[in-house]
Design a protein around this ligand. Structure first.
Ligand code: URA
Length: 187
């Protein structure tokens, strides 16, 4: 936990990219630091920038429900972070240089956590994490691998997208079942 504290402090003073100029505060991550499941989103929005915690707005409430449906919560068995730790102004997509500037922090979080599975939420988080420009329709489904630990990665819809397109919730439920199976049955 000394490592987590040091990393959080390092991030809180970060000036590696231009997002530091417009943020209220960094949004490091939340959850259990020995969780087998890590959820990775895109970047903080206005609510997260104000509160300093990921996924606390409307999309966050839906994410909490999705996690609860597979017996997970940020309070105990899940860790939640974003590919960038600072809010992109006006909620634009994080730019490639911002994601690359922030990647060492994400990689250190993964190194400390060593999760059994990462779930990437939405096209931007998935494309940036996996360094690909494949569409979400192709990224959903197969198990990917990330980084030096070759951590398994599943990709699913972003909860903000599901709020706009509720008919996709059925497919998101299929993804969540696969997440459950991977965590509990290792398949
Ligand atoms: N959307 C994200 O991708 N991350 C957050 O933390 C909040 C909303």
């Amino acid at each position: 936990s000394a490592d987590w504290t040091a990393l959080r402090e390092l991030v809180s003073g970060c000036q590696r990219c231009k997002l530091c100029k417009t943020r209220t505060q960094t949004v490091f991550g939340v959850g259990n630091t020995s969780a087998p499941l890590m959820v990775v989103g895109e970047g903080p929005g206005a609510d997260e920038d104000a509160q300093g915690e990921p996924f606390v707005g409307r999309a966050g409430k839906l994410l909490d429900e999705m996690l609860r449906s597979i017996g997970r919560s940020r309070a105990d068995n899940t860790y939640i972070a974003n590919v960038v730790k600072c809010r992109p102004p006006g909620n634009r997509d994080p730019e490639p240089d911002e994601v690359e500037g922030c990647r060492p922090y994400l990689d250190m979080q993964i190194q400390l956590l060593q999760p059994k599975l990462i779930v990437a939420l939405g096209r931007i988080a998935a494309q940036r994490l996996l360094s690909t420009d494949q569409p979400l329709s192709r990224l959903r489904g197969p198990l990917h691998q990330y980084g030096k630990f070759q951590t398994p990665v599943f990709v699913t819809y972003h909860p903000a997208y599901l709020l706009r397109s509720p008919k996709e919730k059925a497919k998101s439920w299929e993804d969540l079942k696969k997440v459950w199976q991977h965590l509990h049955l290792g398949q």
